[in-house]
Each structure stands twice: as structure tokens, then as C-alpha cells.
Design a protein around this ligand. Structure first.
Ligand code: GRF
Length: 195
């Protein structure tokens, strides 16, 4: 059984997919807690599943390092095997990344290294790409730059809007995240092989 803490910043639809999967006793993953950098809507999903939540707001700290240290202490309290950034929109300093070496993954809505950053879907469409997808990667101190663990592709239909493509990618991401976290639990994916 793999124990996980999930960090979010927004609607938490990927978190919900993981919580629903983990509700099945045959799924070898347990969500211990959900954290956020703001009182995010998605925290309600955790509460609905009886999973504890915590909020650490960067605005309450002088530096990014202080914020990250308190975030780290909150996560460490639960002693998770894995930390999943599922739409967590704050950059984390090297001190945080190092503390979770090979235990920290991020979900990104493009085929990295293509289209990193916070407007990936918009950028994919602006570039006129006809293929995109979902990436799950180990987190390093850069923006969406850590070693890629797994990718899934999606053909972009002609004339699709940003809202429509965002939804299509999210559907792909939900299944992708649930599958990859299971594979990490089962050892099919060996995280140490990526560092
Ligand atoms: C996802 O597209 C994820 O790839 C990106 O942020 C989005 C979060 O969506 N990093 P949600 O909050 O899980 O709905």
C-alpha cells in the first residue's frame, strides 16, 4: 500500500480521481492528506472522503523558503511514501525538492518538454500543434523540468476551443494519474530509476 499526500491549488479534479480510485480497497494507494496554498475549492473533495486537509499560504511568510519549510512540516507529519502535485501552482525551492527526492511528482497538461508553464493548453493551441497530452514527471527545482516518468498522447481535433481542449486533457490526466500512482505502488514504475 502506497501512502500519498496530494497538493492542490484549484478545483482538484485530479485529486478527486485519485480519491475515487483509492475508495476501492483493491486500489493499492491511500490518500493520507491534502494540502493547498490557498482555501482551494478542491479541498472539499478531501473533506467529502474524510481525508484531512491543511492550508499553508505563502503570503503569511517573509520568504519562499519559510513557506516551503512549513509546507514540508505539514506533509512530514503524515509520513507519506509519495507527494503528488496535482495542480499545485507554487514553485518550490531546492530545500523542499531535495527533502522529497524521488518521492515528489507533478502532473502537467502537455507533452513536456514541450509547453511548460502555467498556460500550457493555450500555448499548445497558439502553436498550432495537432498532438498534445499529459506528462507525469519527478519534480526538480525548475519549472516543469524534472525527469519524465510517463506520458499519454491526445490528438487535437481541428477547431477545438481552449475550454474544450482543457476538458479533454483533464479526462486523460485523471486516468493517467490513477494508473501511474498505482504502478508506483506496485513497483512497475521504479522512481529511483529516474534520478
Ligand atoms: C491539471 O491540468 C494539471 O496538469 C495542472 O493543473 C491542472 C489541475 O487541474 N498542473 P485540477 O485542479 O486537478 O482540476
Amino acid at each position: 500500500m502506497l501512502s500519498v499526500v496530494v497538493l492542490i491549488s484549484g478545483s482538484g479534479s485530479n485529486l478527486l480521481a485519485l480519491l475515487e480510485a483509492a475508495d476501492n480497497p483493491l486500489y493499492p494507494v491511500r490518500v493520507l492528506a491534502v494540502g493547498s496554498d490557498n482555501p482551494a475549492l478542491g479541498l472539499e473533495h478531501a473533506e467529502a472522503f474524510g481525508v484531512p486537509t491543511f492550508v499553508v499560504e505563502p503570503g503569511r511568510f517573509q520568504t519562499r523558503e519559510e513557506f516551503a519549510n512549513v509546507l514540508l512540516e505539514n506533509i512530514d507529519f503524515f509520513e507519506p511514501d509519495l507527494v503528488v502535485l496535482a495542480g499545485f501552482m507554487k514553485m518550490l525551492p531546492p530545500s523542499f525538492v531535495d527533502a522529497f527526492r524521488s518521492r515528489l511528482i507533478n502532473l502537467h497538461p502537455s507533452l513536456l518538454p514541450l509547453f511548460p508553464g502555467t498556460h500550457a493548453i493555450r500555448d499548445v493551441l497558439a502553436a498550432g500543434a495537432n498532438l498534445t497530452g499529459s506528462t507525469i514527471h519527478l519534480v526538480d527545482a525548475g519549472m516543469d523540468t524534472g525527469p519524465v516518468i510517463s506520458q499519454r498522447e491526445l490528438a487535437i481535433p481541428a477547431g477545438v476551443s481552449e475550454v474544450e481542449l482543457t476538458e479533454m486533457v483533464k479526462v486523460l490526466e485523471h486516468a493517467h494519474l490513477v494508473d501511474v500512482v498505482r504502478e508506483i505502488s506496485e513497483g512497475t514504475i521504479n522512481m529511483k530509476g529516474f534520478i
